[in-house]
Design a protein around this ligand. Sequence first.
Ligand SMILES: Nc1ncnc2c1ncn2[C@@H]1O[C@H](COP(=O)(O)OP(=O)(O)OP(=O)(O)O)[C@@H](O)[C@H]1O
Length: 238
Amino acid sequence: MIDSVLDIVDMRVSRGREGDAYEVILGALKLDSGEVAAIVGPSGCGKSTLLEAIGLLLEPKSVSRHCLGAFDLTHDLQCSADTREKRWARLRQHKLGFVPQSGGLLPFLNVKQNIELSRSLVGLKGKDDLLEHVIDRLRLGKLLERMPSELSIGERQRVSFVRGIAHRPSLILADEPTAALDPILARELFSLIVEIAREFRIGALIVTHEWSLVSDVGIRKIVGTVSAQRRTIFDECN
Ligand SMILES: Nc1ncnc2c1ncn2[C@@H]1O[C@H](COP(=O)(O)OP(=O)(O)OP(=O)(O)O)[C@@H](O)[C@H]1O
């Protein structure tokens, strides 16, 4: 059975100061479990802004439909800020796997503890096939006892990806997860995302500048076109 993990219609996100705000518009995006799509576009066009709004880290200005799996968030903007934040915090923790551009690892925990933290927060413990597979494929097995400060930037980026999926989210949101990786590892990570999405029925949205790699692995593209001053429209590119 195919389930939709994300269904958004006409989301508008504004960033920056009034009078100097940057606007991002997403016409429509539907993602099924097992599907991967890439968000591409020129630097500064609003890819991270869009990902943060989809990841419930940034409030959109308006949205006509916003469903995250079975959760309908369309009317959440009309709730009190307190109610909305409680609901969104729970969804972020359980349903979303956010892999930030900056890595975001906790510096006082080692690699293993960083990965285990996101699992323990949702009550998961013990062995996990998905996790072992991903650690192995990304060649992180020997680094589990290291502190983040003892890792290269590329190693940190791979650990950050593993941490983002460790709690088995239904939607992975990764912001330039290959930015610090060499071409071989970048390809490996993209292939891995496609593979685990299919096998474990997870949806994935990846912000990236790797246009040719995205084409090579055959995933959908959501392209940002800068239409007028400080405004970007994101749409599917066929
Ligand atoms: N916190 C912020 N406050 C105000 N403006 C911001 C903020 N963050 C980003 N912007 C502006 O919003 C626009 C979109 O930024 P965003 O980071 O989403 O772009 P991007 O496409 O992800 O860029 P890149 O590919 O360079 O990472 C940019 O013009 C940026 O200057």
